[in-house]
Design a binder for this molecule. Sequence first.
Ligand SMILES: [Zn+2]
Length: 323
Amino acid sequence: MGLDDKLVRKKLEVLLKDEILVQKYLRIFGPRLDMNNINKLKQDHLRASPEGSMGEKDDPTYVIKVKCPICNQADLSCYEIKAKSLTTAPDRFLVPRYSGVKPFRTVNYSLMAVTVCPSCLFASPDKKDFLTFSVQSRTENKSQISPFVLEDLRKKVDERKALINAADFTDYFKHPRTTETGIASYRLAIHRALVETSLESPLAWYKAGMYSLKIALLQRDAGKDDDAILKDAVAYLAKSFRQSELKNPEMEYQLVYLLSALYLRLDDQTQCQNYMGVLDKWKSELAKAAKDDPSINTAHVDRWLDKAKELWTDRETPDLWKH
Ligand SMILES: [Zn+2]
């Protein structure tokens, strides 16, 4: 962004007092100041929310527009979380539950996180999987998914349609979503991640596993049984572990904790202990290495091993998995 563009942005921030409106202005009118356009945008904004901007102000999310990388459908709404608007409390499998931080209201972001193309049902909670528009350079950014995977996904529209129990998808994934449509959005995202695994995209098994855990929490909080989807999750995450998808040791400790927690939940105590054993082994290896190199610390592996042991100790506690 040039110096002039930065100056225009600063002035727009003062005049519009709203980051989302600034982005919208730059998208529509480019980095040129024009009071008529500014007033027009303000008026449109007020008309769109009749109670003034109050409705907007307590909304912890904002929308950016993205384009489908498969069928080029434009204007898809992708919901992002405003800074410092929601706090999160993780369940046993590290999936967040959200609460609003005053003055923001509480929303279940897990219902909104996945953007779904209503034409071809391409779905992802990561906006970088879509085509995005860069306000600064006024160019379109490519999807981060490889062209080979996109090609494969293009051929599988019917498979995606078969996953969803609806005849018409035009409004099926519109917001606000129900638990059912929120879960359906993650099922589509899992389908996408599994296509990515066939072409060995980075983190594909991990993503399929983590999306499954999101579905499990939505089901649990709706009072439904989450056994089947937890079994899927553990299968995907174990593959991720075996293929060493995570290149960051801290993430890997966390993954092994998840595997031990999931096996414990699914009554496979042997596997649970095997994964705790992995953490224990890493811990002693690190402790040994730390004797020669004081910069190595075992705090992270300790933390995840302690968490796994805590669950093991509490394994007979009723409601252990409800939280
Ligand atoms: Zn599409």
